[in-house]
Design a protein around this ligand. Structure first.
Ligand code: DGP
Length: 115
């Protein structure tokens, strides 16, 4: 989608701190980090969120990317948390499916809330 900020990041039009990518998935640093390591993992293809008939292979690619992104950002051994905000009550602000990967410090309750 031409007006989707994450599509523009995925296709290189808008710069972002990309930490890992392959043919299906791009991972980049969140603009407003909630943890020492806060990366967004997105599919290159546009889906607005979990309710957008996302093919199973897209979920597989996102999940498979997570440990590789964790390794690339140095949190694979210390641990990390994955979060998918869905809809207004969860505080989803960008309507392009994305997985938050958080790590780099012991989790506190505050790090769970990403609204
Ligand atoms: P969510 O609340 O789950 O929709 O999270 C969206 C996240 O996207 C939020 O933590 C901030 C981040 N974000 C929004 N715009 C940009 C951007 O232009 N660049 C980057 N790197 N992150 C962005």
């Amino acid at each position: 989608m031409s007006d989707c900020i994450f599509c523009l990041i995925a296709n290189g039009t808008i710069p972002a701190g990309i930490v890992w990518q392959d043919e299906r998935v791009v991972a980049f640093r969140d603009l407003h980090p909630q943890a020492p390591v806060h990366v967004l993992i997105i599919p290159r293809a546009h889906y607005s969120g979990l309710d957008d008939d996302v093919p199973a292979e897209v979920y597989a690619a996102l999940c498979a990317a997570a440990p590789l992104v964790a390794r690339a950002t140095g949190v694979a051994d210390s641990g990390y948390r994955l979060i998918v905000n869905t809809g207004p009550d969860a505080g989803q602000t960008v309507m392009h499916l994305h997985v938050h990967l958080l790590g780099g410090a012991a989790m506190s309750e505050g790090m769970v809330r990403l609204a």
